[in-house]
Design a protein around this ligand. Structure first.
Ligand SMILES: Cc1cc2nc3c(=O)[nH]c(=O)nc-3n(C[C@H](O)[C@H](O)[C@H](O)COP(=O)(O)OP(=O)(O)OC[C@H]3O[C@@H](n4cnc5c(N)ncnc54)[C@H](O)[C@@H]3O)c2cc1C
Length: 321
């Protein structure tokens, strides 16, 4: 079995999501490689070794610096066709979703998306995918190679352990005409003090129960004390209380942190589908019958305006910050 993981990089490091997928792929055996495309990325490639990559294919060139999908489709298609890759795995991200879809179309290959697990059963790869708004898990497979899979963000922990120095194989691919049609006009980074939502181990999310946009500082302070990221419901995003990039749920981001703290959130099904695979869910709501309590590990019934500042203070004391 020959598996390729699409690696992404940011700010001089490899992203945790694809490294988690790499760690998972390494547990399934066979040849596991990473693909790294960008400018100035050559020196990042070796980082993938300790997450299980035996080899990293690197295309380091100014022509592929912008994080645009089509040149990466060209790159991965070339690797699949010429290196005998049978399976290509992607961690959930906007870029990865575009590349995976483009590659599926280019190679006429089957793509299973939103997977939360992958296993090898009797020599066949079987993916696990939540269905019916995350109420059941279904097994999914592929009828032909190459098999493409896009995982839900946070599906796997990036565990550095095995592996050593990977073999680095430089490569290039011919860019199709239409692959160079799009140009990156500008790239802006949102200034944020904490970790990115998709990468965070802790998320503190706020809902309409906060009562006013300025009350989001309560959520921000708690997130900061816990070293986590800030999430939001659609209700507050639609109301303009917090940016859309932070929305969690059916029409927002899907996350699965180790700890999810829901503050003043009712727990509508559309919110639930974006966060219910969090390891531990703690909810603070003044309504003891709020639906979110049905799927919380710890239910705190009370006024968030009283509870959250005290909780933040307590966390700061415990962590000595
Ligand atoms: C097609 C579609 C897609 C959608 N996609 C999403 C999505 O991606 N993400 C999403 O979140 N929603 C989504 N929604 C909206 C969703 O249905 C809910 O309307 C929304 O999640 C509710 O947000 P909320 O919990 O902040 O607000 P509310 O439902 O208004 O809940 C506020 C909660 O705060 C509690 N509260 C009030 N005051 C306090 C206090 N002082 N202390 C403690 N608790 C307090 C209340 O008891 C209540 O439970 C979608 C809806 C549709 C139709």
């Amino acid at each position: 079995m020959s598996t390729l993981v699409f690696l992404e990089h940011h700010d001089g490091g490899l992203e945790k999501g694809p490294l988690g997928v790499l760690s998972k792929a390494a547990t399934l055996g066979g040849d596991v490689a990473g693909a790294l495309v960008g400018s100035g990325v050559r020196e990042l490639a070796s980082q993938a070794g300790k997450f299980g990559a035996g080899k990293v294919y690197v295309w380091d060139d100014a022509s592929v610096e912008a994080p645009l999908p089509q040149p990466r489709v060209d790159a991965l298609a070339r690797l699949v066709e010429e290196e005998g890759i049978e399976t290509v795995l992607f961690a959930g991200s906007v870029l990865a979703a575009d590349v995976a879809a483009g590659l599926a179309a280019r190679l006429d290959a089957g793509l299973n998306w939103d997977l939360v697990d992958l296993a090898s059963q009797d020599g066949e790869l079987v993916g696990m995918r939540p269905a019916l708004q995350d109420t059941v898990y279904v097994d999914v497979g592929w009828t032909s190679a190459p098999r493409l899979a896009l995982f839900r963000s946070g599906a796997f922990d990036a565990s550095a352990g095995g592996g050593g120095e990977p073999e680095i194989q430089e490569f290039t691919a011919e860019l199709r005409d239409f692959s160079t049609a799009a140009v990156m006009v500008e790239q802006a980074h949102e200034e944020s003090a904490g970790p990115a939502l998709e990468e965070a181990d802790v998320i503190v999310a706020g809902g309409r129960g906060l009562g006013a946009p300025e009350k989001f500082t309560l959520v921000e302070e708690l997130a900061k004390a816990l070293g986590g990221a800030v999430g939001a419901t659609r209700a507050v995003v639609d109301a303009g209380w917090y940016p859309y990039a932070h929305q969690i749920g059916q029409t927002g981001k899907t996350v699965s942190p180790k700890l999810y703290v829901a503050v003043g959130i009712s727990g509508a099904i559309q919110h639930k589908v974006g966060m219910q695979s969090s390891s531990v869910i703690v909810s603070i709501n003044k309504d003891g019958n709020a639906p979110i309590f049905e799927y919380s590990d710890l239910a705190v019934v009370g006024d968030l305006h009283e509870i959250v500042p005290k909780l933040t203070e307590l966390v700061r004391q415990k962590r000595g910050s």
